[in-house]
Design a protein around this ligand. Structure first.
Ligand code: HEM
Length: 224
């Protein structure tokens, strides 16, 4: 069945259930409802200053490359900015890409392989679980899914220890977990954190990449 494909969204393995990986429509809606408070606009806006700071760093890099008359890989820099912005919204911290101006620990390249891999692997879920997405293999953290998960869990861990964290997405989810432990497990929160980093970063970096590509091809479409 094609809908089985969605089970690939249990990252890094089948124990980490997310709304996207839940096949039963009623159960999926219930799960989504528990996580929905994290996406409230008024709370997301609390990270606006940090998003502005990341965009300022992006503009600084653009200035540096322009002054040096060197070509800049805009797509990569947009991705660094969006990974960091997603991190700020989810767990009050940037992952450090745009400040460093490069792919720290190869995480972005890793995410690209993860996308390719997920596109295909979902059609062979039984094989995926047998060979890759099982606790034995993922605990080694060698595969793309394990890497994304490990990076997200490190950030989640730091966030929990930091009293200066904002009331971010994770704060909402931890509150639901504390109030309704029977409905949401801590592992569910970990799973949602990892998939939301993936869901938020790639989608958001596609937007400026596409907009820039369109404007470069037909400058008349640029906003006034
Ligand atoms: C241009 C930007 C975006 C596009 C086009 C987009 C697209 C989508 C689509 C089509 C779905 C539904 C998938 C399905 O059920 O088959 C979805 C779900 C989701 N997206 Fe996005 N998305 C974007 C940005 C984001 C961002 C910024 C985040 C988080 C920071 C995010 C997190 C999620 C999550 C958590 C779900 C699952 C929600 C649930 O089922 O309860 N997305 N997105």
């Amino acid at each position: 069945m094609h809908e089985d494909w969605y089970q690939v969204f249990a990252i890094p393995d089948y124990r980490y259930v997310t709304p996207q990986s839940t096949l039963d429509p009623k159960e999926k809606t219930e799960r989504s409802r528990l996580f929905a408070p994290g996406f409230t606009l008024s709370y997301l806006l609390r990270s606006e200053l940090q998003h502005d700071a990341n965009i300022a760093l992006l503009l600084d890099w653009m200035d540096k490359y322009a002054e040096a008359h060197e070509p800049m890989h805009l797509g990569k820099f947009f991705t660094y900015t969006e990974f960091d912005n997603a991190g700020e919204a989810i767990f009050s911290r940037s992952l450090g890409f745009i400040k460093a101006g490069h792919d720290v620990s190869g995480s972005v390249a890793n995410s690209r392989s993860l996308n390719r891999y997920m596109g295909i692997a979902g059609y062979y879920v039984w094989l995926l679980r047998l060979v890759v997405a099982n606790p034995l293999i993922t605990s080694l953290g060698l595969l793309p899914m394990g890497h994304l998960f490990r990076t997200s869990m490190e950030a989640l861990h730091q966030r929990k220890a930091d009293p200066d964290s904002r009331f971010d997405m994770v704060a909402h989810w931890l509150r639901v977990y504390q109030e309704y432990p029977g409905l949401l497990s801590y592992r569910d929160v970990e799973a949602m954190t990892a998939t939301t980093i993936a869901a938020g970063s790639d989608t958001l970096s596609c937007t400026p990449v596409s907009a820039t590509a369109i404007v470069l091809r037909s400058p008349s479409r640029a906003p006034p």
